[in-house]
Ligand binder design. Structure first.
Ligand SMILES: [Fe+2]
Ligand SMILES: [Fe+2]
Length: 211
């Protein structure tokens, strides 16, 4: 009888004759919506937690960069950026606590997310409110799509990871909705930024899941 598709695709590759004993690497492909290259003994939930923790660090730094670039702009905008940054810090702390509880290190992409997020935040912050809103909408669209897939994939296999992810979804949806409602977005910034920001957000998530 054929193994279920998930098991077939998760089978470790056979070691080559004469090769030294290396940790086996498992690859999960198309078995679920969340694709990942998992190390031996690593669960999908643990990898997702690492990547989400790094992503939240990136989000904290996007708002940090935007806040720095917006120091002379309206109080209302600075207050909103500070509020969103506070949410992202809370999200990062949720994933950090779950990683600590599991005795796991942070993702290799953590610092890449931090530096990339800060640069993206600072550059879009300099360009003002329309580019800030377009960036938030683009990032959150990608993030929400990944979170939904993660929730579906982890519902039964990892309730703790599922709980951690569930606890941030409403905030991310609110960030998206508030930015999408911003009337001053115009046409230019969404057209320019959304493809760029979406592609780079997808690329960072892919790297985190496959490094
Ligand atoms: Fe977040
Ligand atoms: Fe967010």
């Amino acid at each position: 009888m054929l193994a279920p598709r998930a098991l077939r695709n998760c089978a470790p590759s056979a070691p080559m004759a004469g090769a030294s004993a290396q940790p086996l690497s498992f690859t999960v492909r198309r078995t679920m919506e969340t694709a990942a290259r998992l190390n031996a003994g690593e669960t999908l939930g643990s990898r997702v937690l690492k990547v989400d923790h790094a992503g939240e660090h990136g989000a904290v730094n996007i708002y940090r960069g935007q806040s720095l670039a917006c120091r002379w702009r309206s109080v209302e905008l600075r207050r909103e950026l500070a509020e969103f940054q506070h949410h992202e810090e809370r999200h990062r702390a949720i994933f950090a606590a779950e990683l600590r509880r599991r005795g796991l290190k942070r993702c290799r992409s953590y610092h890449l997310c931090g530096v990339g997020g800060f640069l993206l935040g600072f550059i879009t912050g300099v360009c003002g409110r329309p580019s800030i809103s377009a960036t938030t909408v683009a990032v959150e669209r990608v993030v929400l799509r990944h979170l939904e897939a993660q929730l579906r994939d982890l519902r039964d296999s990892d309730p703790d990871a599922h709980r951690a992810i569930s606890s941030i979804v409403d905030d991310e949806q609110a960030h998206h909705d508030r930015a999408a409602l911003e009337k001053r977005q115009g046409i230019f910034w969404p057209r320019v930024l959304r493809p760029l920001v979406s592609a780079s957000t997808e690329a960072v998530i892919w790297l985190g899941m496959h490094l």
